[in-house]
Design a protein around this ligand. Sequence first.
Ligand code: 13P
Ligand code: SF4
Length: 331
Amino acid sequence: MNIKDSWLKSGYVNESVPTNIDIKKEIVRLKEEKDAIIMAHFYQTNEIQDIADFVGDSLALAQKAAKTDAKIIVLAGVHFMGETAKILSPYKTVLVPDLNAGCSLADSCPPEAFKAFVDKHPDHTVLTYVNTTAKIKALSDIVVTSTNAKNIVDSLPKDEKIIFGPDRNLGNYLNSISGREMVLWDGACHVHEKFSVEKIVELKAEHPDAVVLAHPECKKPLLLLADFIGSTAALLKHSISSDANKFIVATESGIIHQMQKESPEKVFIPAPPNDSTCACNDCEYMKLNSLEKLYNALKYEWPSIDVDEEIRKDAVKPINRMLEISKKAGL
Ligand code: 13P
Ligand code: SF4
């Protein structure tokens, strides 16, 4: 098998980085030479977040991808984030350091089954969370992220019938705060579902002054004991503005890097998962990306994201609706 075929098979450029180079300097050099921007999600490793030009939540990454002038976007995140960037900027090269960086939530919503679900509810508006494939977005009326979901739901008439997918936890949470009865798809994120309520209760007893921060992808019992619920960006903002000095953080542990950078004097305790034998508060997909893979992606301009043009044309509309509503809401 030749080298390119082996890369195709592995989903990333499987080449060792020479030991005599300073990889961080080389990434910066390649980025400038190729007119590339490095964008990273909050769940990336600390070193990727630190080398990125832009670090943000799903909404901020989409907004940035829509307006960047760079020729190449390196999206250090998972596949659907790269796909969203490509849908918004079809003439740019969009690289994801490792194509295997998928998402269990996106996987919990197969297009054929979701199409049948949509067809079963013909008079419903289709809202979908951004953690989906391009094919699901193409079946949607409006895409949402955890930052703008409440604003988008509230922007629709009170009597509008809505189906929401794929995250049942976010969907239930939105129903509870908006007074809606959206029909929910039964999907979930394996990372957020694994946080242990019992262990968080124990931690709260040990640290009575700690504030529990939770992402709405967590299960309802956990959300019920949270002091603050929000997207990664909202959790970060709250950790900065809050008077509290200690936080139990129920989302992927990567966000703690920014929290700690913003508030070095505060204490951040990652919420423990049910299964103590695994680091379940890490998303193994997000953590597939590494500095080495990022360097190789820039060097070889591969692996790049492609989206079928027919699907892209349908998928861009609900994403643009999301961006328009977010803009009006000042998000
Ligand atoms: P946000 O960063 O938009 O809150 O999303 C979290 C997430 O699950 C990304 O996979
Ligand atoms: Fe998907 Fe969950 Fe990983 Fe986010 S944390 S990318 S929702 S699997």
